[in-house]
Design a binder for this molecule. Sequence first.
Ligand SMILES: NC(=O)c1ccc[n+]([C@@H]2O[C@H](COP(=O)([O-])OP(=O)(O)OC[C@H]3O[C@@H](n4cnc5c(N)ncnc54)[C@H](O)[C@@H]3O)[C@@H](O)[C@H]2O)c1
Length: 327
Amino acid sequence: MRILVTGGAGYIGSHAVRFFLERGHQVWVYDNLCRGHHQAVPAECLIVGDLEEMARLDQAIIANRIEACVHFAGFAAVAESVREPAKYYRNNVVNTLHLLECLRHNGVKRFVFSSTAAVYGVPDRSPITEDAPLAPINPYGRSKLAVERILEDYTSAYQWGCAALRYFNAAGAHPDGTIGEDHNPETHLIPLVLQVALGLRREVEIFGTDYPTPDGTCIRDYVHVNDLAEAHLLVLEHLQPGQMLRYNLGIGRGYSVREVIETAKEVTGRTIAVKEAPRRPGDPPILVASADKIQKELGWRPRFDDLKKIIETAWNWQHARPRGFRS
Ligand SMILES: NC(=O)c1ccc[n+]([C@@H]2O[C@H](COP(=O)([O-])OP(=O)(O)OC[C@H]3O[C@@H](n4cnc5c(N)ncnc54)[C@H](O)[C@@H]3O)[C@@H](O)[C@H]2O)c1
């Protein structure tokens, strides 16, 4: 397949690009590099451009005879979305609409979208199934849900085959240690914890120790980036015209913040200082996926099915490149 991967120079996108290429697909990455890294993708695949630039997007789609699009590009920091909602609606919704229109004008009808567990808000169940109420509690989650709604309409009006993949916490790095997570500023727990292990940060903050969970800290479902990559390909291969798929992607098991820190100590053999801090507004106590639907319908199985294996790959990357792609 000839696939356009927006945001392919970012964390999850670059792992997907690597995976698609290994499986023999032809891939073009469309990324403005505002939060991505040119080193994360082969130079010959990279088209530097913004989703806002419809002429450039059009050209990328036509010149490379694109057949499908996997859309990772966007902003993904919850706290930033609360401070700057306009920025999130513009990039995640308006710019996605630009992309959809360019694809539509050029007859591309297969589309896979990076959605998020944030569309569920504070869920009423655990594990969370796809039919749980959609009630995002921040602009980031609302921007992603808005795109899901747009895709439903494109699916029925234009006979597209679409999928919204709701990732829980993406984690880990390519096992060969050549690509991995490198956000600036970093907001994700595992890289923050490993940066403490490396001496790049003094301590890691635990936001809230009085949640109704066994050790009082929040519980999340960590899913490896390579497993996410594989899910995207499976979904792309199954898309049917006029059908919109929605799948949760997680390992179906939750780990608390303290468990992540303890596992990181075990993997790195280093001490990790912690600082207990108050809860952050809008952090649900427990977010664990039921990934039964994609397992049953498409046979997806996460290969990295426990936290230690996931952290080992993240450590392999972070230890080799303490300052990420700038190392
Ligand atoms: N990381 C997670 O745990 C997680 C969880 C759920 C959903 N997601 C979603 O997955 C996607 C990828 O997440 P990530 O962690 O890899 O983020 P990332 O920031 O590493 O990657 C996003 C990429 O999109 C590019 N980009 C942003 N706006 C663009 C624009 N207007 N034009 C062109 N390129 C643009 C950035 O340069 C970056 O390379 C995002 O849409 C995010 O919302 C991530």
